[in-house]
Design a protein around this ligand. Structure first.
Ligand code: ADP
Ligand code: NI
Length: 216
């Protein structure tokens, strides 16, 4: 097996273990979707496939919800890269991409590398469209959040601290994050896919409110 494929397989096995029992929306299938989308974007953008693929597979290994103690040091991802003997410059590029991927309200970073841009777009695409809707409600349920409360308005322009501290209803999460993502895409292909998935979110919300208000 080529080194690249062997590393991809090992990275998937490594994060599958880390994610066992997680309910914060991070799982093996999310990782696989981000991996496939990121590689597709990488091809269009001329990004390095090894760096993009490894960053996609490891992007949630140190996520602040999953592993708060390592979200700054990225030590789970770092350990994997060291154990596998990945070359220092490749490992460094993977860690840079992972460090810049997360949504943090108005403090979100625009990734400094094309590989980081592909992974960030792929991760964000998985938060919108039909899968994104399913993930949002799964997350809300796991955190005992109300689905919707008409008396609680969505908040705008939250910085990282406010965004992390905030306990949104799931419908408000659409306004506080999901509907913002289509305008934050880094790549042309990402923008095109995001436009379709954003339409899916808006159709869903229109139907949701119509049923909520007894109009259907
Ligand atoms: P990312 O993978 O971009 O770092 P997060 O860790 O913020 O995303 O979220 C993982 C998943 O959980 C995403 O699908 C996201 O939309 C969803 N999610 C995060 N916060 C909330 C929330 N407050 N309400 C509903 N869904 C949420
Ligand atoms: Ni993710």
């Amino acid at each position: 097996m080529a080194t690249e494929e062997r590393l991809f397989d090992a990275a998937l096995a490594y994060v599958t273990d880390l994610f066992a029992g997680d309910s914060s929306g991070h799982d093996r299938f999310h990782t696989l979707r981000v991996f496939h989308t990121a590689l597709r974007l990488a091809k269009e953008e001329g990004a390095d496939p090894l760096i993009t693929g490894l960053a996609a597979l490891l992007h949630d290994a140190d996520d602040r919800k999953l592993s708060p103690g390592t979200s700054e040091s990225l030590s789970n991802a770092r350990r994997f890269l060291t154990e596998q003997g990945v070359a220092a410059d490749t490992a460094g590029a993977v860690l840079t991409a992972i460090g810049e991927v997360s949504f943090r309200g108005t403090d979100s970073a625009v990734p400094s590398t094309v590989e980081g841009k592909c992974v960030q777009d792929a991760d964000r695409l998985d938060a919108i469209g039909a899968i994104g809707i399913a993930r949002a409600f799964a997350y809300g349920g796991a955190h005992h959040r109300a689905m919707h409360d008409p008396a609680v308005p969505p908040r705008r322009d939250m910085d990282a601290a406010a965004y992390y501290a905030h306990e949104a209803t799931t419908v408000n999460h659409f306004y506080e994050k999901l509907l913002l993502l289509k305008d934050l895409m880094n790549t042309e292909t990402g923008r095109r896919i995001a436009a379709e998935r954003d339409r899916c979110l808006r159709d869903f919300l229109a139907e949701f409110y119509a049923e909520w208000d007894g109009e259907r």
